[in-house]
Design a protein around this ligand. Structure first.
Ligand code: UT7
Length: 316
């Protein structure tokens, strides 16, 4: 029988420097306010990488935490997949750098570029590879230093993002673990909308209102697709762990699924939008503080540049 892939551990890393909305506005002389940012996005603060701190450094730190939680040695990892839009370099990939930082010499490593949907894409690829027998234990990581691609004079974008990394250990299920693991992943892309959220000459540009409009409709349809594919109902979901871009989008999804707010994992208030890192960072918080427990059905969803969007269902 084809084994399922189990999320055996989670970990997160956030850079030391924290800037709240007022400090950010003051530092960059922005015509904005804490009230506007909170009301429109739910964001209170963000973490920013130190000079010289790279996506691979943060990814490796998150990965170490995930391995420790899973009780798995780096020497057992045979795949490293990093979702990032802010890699250290074009090549070597950030994943290969993480492999080296962790002292892993077996298996393979590569990056995935799907912007804010990167983690869902990476999880989907890793899940398929574990089930196909191409690897047995994968590190699936989202790591971003968006602070390096922001225009700090553009109040419409620079207040929205933060830096960080999140990781999960995905391993083949063993005997007695039936029922656990990734149930299915659902990926989509529509390149016709590439220009509403893109990096041009190294700087992020976004038509926020347009992205917002797509987010609400596309996320609603992909979560329906994920539930239908598994014959599950909204009421079966124990936790929604959404991409953390905007609290208004997160709340809309929670309402659509009929979930009380306490069943929706929110980190955007403290992390801002960390792109591909946002879902695994939120997962790490909610598994570590005991909210997400063994047997819980978790729905993850996200949308980002491309446009790309997707959802994944996993039983912990
Ligand atoms: O992670 C990838 C996916 N990304 C997303 O999901 C982001 C989706 N979009 C959003 O979250 C929201 O569209 C934003 C938070 C980006 C913007 O919120 P909005 O409610 O859509 O605002 P808006 O863009 O329609 O702007 C409203 C007003 C504008 O002024 P006028 O034209 O009405 O006079 C903006 O210039 O707010 C102004 N504005 C600001 N004011 C104070 C834009 N940014 C700021 C700011 N501070 N930082």
């Amino acid at each position: 029988m084809i084994p399922r892939a189990i999320i055996a551990g989670t970990g997160g890393y956030l850079p030391e420097l924290v800037l709240d909305n007022d400090s950010l506005a003051a530092k960059y002389g922005l015509d904005t306010s804490d009230a506007w940012i909170r009301e429109r996005t739910g964001i209170r603060q963000r973490h920013l990488a130190a000079p010289g701190e790279k996506a691979s450094d943060m990814a490796a730190a998150a990965a170490r935490a995930a391995l420790a939680q899973a009780g798995i040695e780096a020497s057992s990892v045979d795949a490293v997949i990093v979702a990032t839009a802010t890699p250290d370099s074009v090549f070597p990939s950030t994943a290969v750098r993480v492999q080296a930082l962790l002292g892993i010499t077996q298996g393979f490593a590569f990056d995935i570029a799907a912007a804010c949907t990167g983690f869902v894409y990476a999880l989907s690829v890793a899940d398929a590879m574990v089930r196909a027998g191409q690897c047995r234990c994968a590190l699936v990581i989202g790591a971003e230093v968006f602070s390096r691609i922001l225009d700090w004079t553009d109040r419409g974008t620079c207040v929205l993002f933060g830096d960080g990394a999140g990781a999960v250990v995905l391993r083949a299920a063993e005997e007695g673990e039936a029922g656990r693991g990734v149930l299915s992943c659902h990926l989509h892309a529509d390149g016709r909308h590439g220009d509403i959220l893109q990096v041009e000459e190294g700087i992020l540009k976004m038509s926020g209102r347009e992205v917002f409009r797509h987010a609400v409709s596309k996320l609603a349809s992909v979560v329906d697709e994920a539930l239908a594919a598994n014959g599950l109902a909204k009421s079966d979901i124990a936790w929604l762990v959404p991409h953390q871009a905007n609290l208004r989008i997160i709340d809309a999804m929670g309402r659509k699924l009929g979930l009380p707010p306490e069943r929706v994992v929110v980190a955007v208030d403290r992390h801002a939008n960390t792109s591909a890192a946002s879902i695994p960072l939120a997962l790490a918080e909610a598994t570590r503080d005991g909210r997400i427990a063994r047997g819980d059905l978790v729905l993850m969803e996200g949308i980002g540049g491309g446009l790309t969007w997707g959802a994944a269902l996993a039983r912990f």
